[in-house]
Design a protein. Sequence first.
Length: 299
Amino acid sequence: MRLIAVSPFPRSLDKLKRAALMFDQICLNQSSTSAILGSREQAELHWLKAKGVVFEQELKDVIGFSRHKNRTKVYLLPRPEGFKGAGKMTKAMLENADPALLIRSPGLSAEMIRELLSRLLALEISNFEKVEAVPLLASERAMFANVSSVKDAGKREEVIDVVLNSFPEPDDSTSWEQILDFRSDPESRAKFLGLRSWIIDMSHGAFSQHETRDKLEWALHQYSDHLNLHRIKANTGILRTLIVGAAEAIESVLKFKLKNAAELMFSARSRRLSLLEAESNASGRELAYIYSARRRFGK
């Protein structure tokens, strides 16, 4: 199942680089566009679309609001023929519809509406495209109480928030080509599957976002310590091979002991295999993708 982030148009495409490390694709919500991209970023956007990193989509349905005290019900209805833009929905249309969302807020700011549109588009993509779409929200998700029947969707999005924020945020000195190279690396793809498994497991738990964040950082710390320990051991062994083994190799060649020389030449390779084995057995290895991203892009 593809994992898609749904985002309003950002002021700068660099703001999407972190999400590109985590999600298979990023959907830019045409319904909430307010950013004006320059000619360079327009060309960059065209390139990203051609590479399949981002795509643009607009809500297929009509949105209606019904306010009562400190709650706002949002209705999502199929767009009637001839219905254009943000035209008003009739009372009959609202009465015959179930609310798509319930917002615990007395009013809606412009920023909230932008995020609301992303939330609704994510629901629409998940329902019709058979993928898991997650809106990128700046505000607390509790403000947008999802009343859809998608099991564990809200909890999973909370875990995804924690995981996404654990990634480094590449700046403009990091090219998109570097991001794509990291994403497409077979080793990275394998590690990404482990991360998806960790997200699913944590989604079924009863941890708060703060607890999930603490567990993630502790698991990463354990993983890092485990790898560092084995690298120290491996480096010590390789150093010994270089210092002692080089002399032995020369002596073996001089004495025509080619078998012994070949064994010494392959010792570094065996060290590499032992590191890979240590990595596969390390505690917290499900988060290896985040660890690799931090080492590559810094955090």
